[in-house]
Every structure is written in C-alpha cells, then in structure tokens.
Write a protein that binds this ligand. Structure first.
Ligand code: NDP
Length: 402
C-alpha cells in the first residue's frame, strides 16, 4: 500500500486516475496535483470511492513540488503533465526521495527535439539515492518498448529491422482536433522526420516519406514516417537493430488542415508581437481547438498500435508483428475517455503497481525495454489493452533488402 502523487489532470491523467482509483488496496491515497485546481477537484468528485486529494501545483517550480512531496511523503510521483515538466519533477523527486515515472521524454520548450540525454544524465544520482525513474511508460513510447523487449527475449536471436506502426482509424466528427495535447502533438509531427539506419540518424523533411501499411481490423492505410523518442532508446539497447522507423497514419482532412496551419505560421513556437503582447501561435491555436479529452463521447472506431520486426531465429529469417487493437467506444465505456488517451494512460497505472510492489525495482533511470516486459504485458489485457503476437506475419510493406 502506498501513497502516490499524480501530476497533471489532462486527457492521459484522467485515464490513469480512473484505473488507480479502482485499486484502493494498492493506492489508498492518491494526490492529484496540477496547474488548474478545478480539474483535480473534478477527478476527486468523479471517483468518490477512492481517496483522491486535489492540489494546485506549478510543476515547473521545483521548490513547490518538493514542498508538496514533503507534505504527503508519497512513494511514487507519476508525471502526466507535459514533457517540459520532466526535469523539474525529476529534480524534485531526487530532493524529496520519491520514485518517478513519465510518459514522454524531455524536450526543451524552445527546441522541438526529443532527446533522452537530458534524462539519462540523472542515472547515477537516482542510483546513488536508491530511487527508480521509469521513462516513457505510455503506449508509444512504453508498451511498444516492452513489445520489442519481449520479442528480443522470446522470439528472436537478433532483431534487424523495427517498424513501429500507429493507426487511429477512428472518427470524432470534428473538422480538426488532436488526440493528445495539441502543442506537443504538432511539435512532434511538424519537425523533420528522423529514423535510424546503420548506426546513423537520418533526417528527412517533415512528412516527406509515406508507405501503405495493412492494419488488423482496419485494412490498408497511408502511414507517414515521423520521429518518435523510443527509436533512440531502442537502437541503443538493442544494437543488432540495423534500421528503426516510426509510422503514423493521418487522414487527408487532418493533413489539409495541418498544412494550412503550417503555411500561415500557426504552428510556430516562437512568440510574435500582437498589439504589444507576445503571443505564441501554437499556444493560441491550442486555445481555438477542442480539448482532446472532450472528443471522447463522439469518438468511434479502431486504433491499432504495434511493432513489426524482422530478424533471425535459430539461423533462419523470421518476422513478427505484436500489436494492440482497441476501439474508442471501449475506452469511453471503461473510463469515459477516447482510445489515444486510454492507450497512454493505462500503462502508467500498471507501472505504478509494478514499482510499488517491487516487481520493477531497480535504482537508476530506465527506459521500459530495460525492465522485465512480462509483468507489464501480462496485466495489459485485464486492464483493457489486449495484445497479440503473430509470428511469420507477411510484412508486405517493409522494403528490406534481404
Ligand atoms: P493535456 O494537455 O490534456 O494535459 C496536461 C496536463 O498537465 C494538464 O492538466 C495541464 O494543466 C498540466 N500541466 C501543464 N503544465 C503544467 C505545469 N507547469 N504544472 C502543473 N501542471 C501542468 O495533455 P495529455 O494528457 O494529452 O498528455 C499528457 C502527457 O502524455 C504529455 O506529455 C504527452 O506527450 C504524453 N503522451 C504520451 C503518450 C504515450 O503513449 N507515451 C501518448 C499521448 C500523450 P492545465 O489543465 O492547467 O492545462
């Protein structure tokens, strides 16, 4: 039994709290601390059977977080705010002696470039303090890393090619919306595409490479190469991987809107002067568009996220596809959420259980693939995220020269 602190009360945090609130045996007291107090309060009201304590917190302020942690003395802090808060929250956890997890790697506000080096630099300090930090435990990154670790352990002698494939085939009925925080989402998509090949990071213009990918239950969809942070840790921890790429599908309408926003400068992250006031266009755009959590009641259709792998097993070539398919309606029924927030919000709740129960207990800073994948993967189906392994799957889209 452990007291925990959840930082953030947005689309992803709402799902994690929904799951944590069902386990008073493990989490008798959950402090939900975020910038907007009323959102924390609403969560406390939604789950009266759990003991949820709402708190206002500016997580950029390390001293304020340390004071909160000293007040409640939790075992673990779940960072479900934004990537900008990763470092101040890691500092606060070190100072207050609290374990840490998050769902997205740090990126500096002024540079849209995810890199793990900022957080990996904390490894020695966490190890010496006897504290554990788990990085990127959402779905992608998170479960996708565990899928690769599982494949490396049980299905392959060597993995050579990795393609992470992510398709949201659902429809929310709005002209344009993002499925998680707009600023973070558009920064990710509008930066150059990057992938790893033969030990090099290859950079291409944004959304300039696409392929047709066949998704279970959905069919063939056009997917675009974008950079995603788990590529960096996976090629480091599985050095037999010769090429690692990430693919995401977008509808024509989504791309048409996105291009228009880019063309007129609405995705800019630098402040512009508007009648004497500094305005950051992407933050302004976020105010105009739907809150991702609000899409949930109308969202219908499938989401499919998985890893497609090629390598060798017992001297012979082998392929495998490990994936999760869920419907937006199921996520709504379970937690009142849409499926993207759901896929991201369920894994941190499982990770919290593993960390406080000691099943994941290792001082230092870790990516998910460095931890035993089985305890996480075993718990996913009952938590609402079924997954499937298909060996010798016909990976028809992968252009591998073998
Ligand atoms: P939202 O914008 O819906 O929620 C973010 C929450 O963090 C909000 O409640 C916000 O407060 C709060 N917050 C922001 N800044 C601060 C601050 N300085 N101090 C305290 N609280 C703050 O985002 P999502 O829920 O969609 O995304 C949350 C995280 O999950 C992001 O980092 C995102 O990258 C990650 N993610 C990970 C995925 C994965 O599979 N690994 C997939 C999807 C998302 P307020 O309500 O006041 O705005």
């Amino acid at each position: 039994m452990a007291r925990i602190v959840v930082v953030g009360a947005g689309a992803v945090a709402q799902v994690t709290v929904c799951k944590l609130a069902r386990r008073p045996d493990l989490f008798p007291e959950i402090v939900v601390a975020s910038r907007t107090f009323s959102k924390c309060q609403r969560l406390a009201e939604r789950y009266p059977q759990a003991r949820i304590i709402p708190e206002a917190l500016d997580a950029d302020n390390t001293a304020a977080t340390v004071a909160l942690l000293r007040k409640y003395k939790p075992e673990l802090l779940l960072n479900l705010a934004l990537p900008y808060q990763d470092l101040p929250l890691m500092d606060a956890c070190l100072e207050a002696g609290v374990h840490y997890l998050d769902t997205a790697s740090y990126e500096p506000p002024e540079t849209p470039l995810y890199e793990y080096r900022y957080q990996w630099a904390y490894h020695e300090r966490y190890a010496q303090a006897g504290l554990m930090a788990v990085l990127g435990i959402g779905f992608d990154p998170g479960v996708t890393n565990a899928f690769v670790a599982y494949a490396a352990k049980h299905l392959f002698d060597e993995i050579h090619y990795l393609d992470i494939v992510d398709c949201n085939a659902g429809s929310h009925g709005r002209p344009f919306a993002t499925n998680f925080n707009l600023e973070i989402n558009l920064r990710e998509i509008t930066q150059p595409g990057r992938y790893y090949e033969d030990g090099r990071l290859v950079e291409v213009p944004p959304l300039s490479i696409s392929q047709e990918v066949r998704f279970p239950e959905i069919g063939v969809r056009k997917a675009y190469l974008i950079f995603h942070e788990e590529l960096e840790s996976l090629v480091k921890h599985f050095p037999t991987i010769r090429r690692a790429r990430f693919w995401m599908t977008f509808s024509e309408s989504y791309l048409m809107h996105l291009k228009a926003f880019m063309n007129v400068g609405l995705t800019r992250i630098d402040p512009i002067d508007y009648e004497g006031h500094p305005v950051v266009p992407i933050k302004f755009l976020q105010k105009l568009l739907p809150d991702p959590a609000s899409l949930a009641p109308d969202y219908k259709g499938w989401v499919s996220i998985g890893v497609q792998l090629r390598g060798i097993y017992q001297g012979k070539p082998r392929t495998a596809y490990i994936y999760t398919n869920i419907r937006h309606e199921w996520a709504y029924q379970d937690c009142g959420s849409q499926a993207i927030a759901y896929t991201a919000g369920v894994p941190p709740a499982i990770a919290a259980e593993l960390m406080i129960s000691g099943l994941w207990k290792r001082p230092g800073v870790w990516n998910v693939e460095q931890l035993p994948p089985e305890p996480l993967l075993e718990r996913l189906p009952a938590a609402g995220l079924p997954w499937k392994v298909v060996v010798d799957y016909p990976l028809d889209f992968i252009d591998v020269p073998e």
